[in-house]
Design a protein around this ligand. Structure first.
Ligand code: ZN
Length: 376
């Protein structure tokens, strides 16, 4: 049995589920095995504290999966403008299977970022802006606000909100919008609420570092000051001068010197690399939560894998932001093997919404399906 070591009991109801990383877990005994097509013989164990059984698969990212798929390969395909159906064709899997693995991978990425953010040493200002795309149909445009490090271009948070379709429409389009809005109506204060979450996420960056204040750059959107005012902690720190909100016109020249350069840069990169956000693409998101899972993976790739500048060698945005390079390497080594567990992960509000799939898809069900193992 010595070849199998487990960090804690996987059952959340058991006291030994909540062990700290420096507390060893030894209270389990071998409990037979079972055979699977994909993973061969899987040994089973029984926790002597709670009496529940588990197997080596319980701790695997492929828990409940019936087929082994290379997650790193999936990620590289996703961030290289491949659509789900193109990925499915390339690896001989259905789009449902591809989506299932991307969901799992997105939770791995959220947990990865959460573990590493505990030890990061940051020292930079931030810029935030809305990235506009759509989901389901052009009648449901959305705004994804991204919070980016001014120096590193590391993305600290991304928050989604569905907007009401505006702009010039034909009479027929106006009538269709009225019909659709009987079934789904976007929150008229959505951008403000979304920015409240982003302002709150920016405080984590402030708390992480030793310096007394940070500056958050945005354009002159009127919802942003209201969003800060509506977020209790952000508002308090704003009043104390520790969170300084500075604005610049969105019509200002989009050069490197523009304080919104980091978000403008991200906007361009996302439109270039993620198929569903390419302008005039025939491919688009059909489910908000899945769209955000794919964006989570894109941002994980952008933050921790892609080079900060093509000519600077293997320096990632995370290293420029102040993450520990050795720790990043260590964690990357196990990211597609050890299953991330929600109970062991501290998430931002935006991250929690992505993990639990609580965002509402226009015209979709009130609540998206979330497999039990994702919240166990
Ligand atoms: Zn137990």
């Amino acid at each position: 049995m010595d070849e199998y070591r487990f960090p804690f009991c996987p059952k959340r109801a058991c006291a030994l589920h909540w062990l700290e990383s420096n507390q060893p877990y030894n209270e389990y005994v071998p409990w037979g095995f079972y055979s699977t097509k994909a993973f061969g013989v899987v040994p089973r164990f029984r926790c002597t504290a709670c009496g529940r059984t588990f197997s080596t698969q319980t701790f695997s990212v492929d828990y409940y999966a019936k087929r082994v798929i290379d997650y790193q390969d999936l990620l590289v395909r996703l961030v290289s403008t491949s659509s789900l159906s193109a990925i499915g064709r390339a690896i001989a899997a259905s789009t449902d299977t591809v989506s299932n693995r991307l969901s799992r991978a997105s939770r791995q990425a959220l947990a990865f970022e959460s573990r590493l953010s505990r030890t990061r040493r940051l020292s930079e200002n931030l810029a935030a802006d809305g990235f506009e795309s759509f989901c389901v149909s052009q009648y449901f445009p959305n705004n994804i606000t991204i919070l980016v490090g001014s120096k590193s271009q590391f993305v600290y948070a991304a928050d989604h909100v569905t907007l009401r379709r505006k702009g010039r429409m034909t009479e027929g389009q106006k009538a269709k919008r009225i019909e659709l809005e009987k079934r789904f109506r976007a929150d008229s204060r959505g951008v403000e609420r979304s920015f409240s979450r982003i302002a709150t996420a920016s405080l984590r960056v402030l708390c992480d570092e030793a310096r007394p204040a940070l500056c958050l750059w945005t354009d002159e959107h009127k919802a942003y000051p209201r969003g800060i005012a509506a977020a209790p902690c952000a508002n308090a720190l704003h009043k104390l001068g520790r969170l300084e909100h500075k604005t610049i016109s969105s019509r200002a020249e989009r050069t490197r010197a523009n304080p919104l350069f980091p978000v403008n840069y991200l906007d361009r990169e996302i439109r270039k690399d993620l198929h569903e956000h390419v302008r005039e693409s025939a491919c688009f998101g059909r489910n908000v939560n899945r769209q955000m899972e794919r964006l989570t993976l894109y941002l994980f790739y952008h933050n921790f894998i892609k080079a900060h500048r093509a000519r600077m060698g293997p320096i990632t945005n995370a290293l420029v932001a102040g993450y520990d390079g050795e720790q990043v390497e260590d964690e990357l080594e196990g990211i597609w093997r050890k299953r991330a567990m929600l109970t062991r992960t501290l998430l931002t509000d935006c991250g929690e919404a992505s993990w639990r799939r609580t965002r509402r898809t226009p015209l979709g069900k009130d609540r998206d399906y979330l497999p039990g193992y994702a919240v166990a």
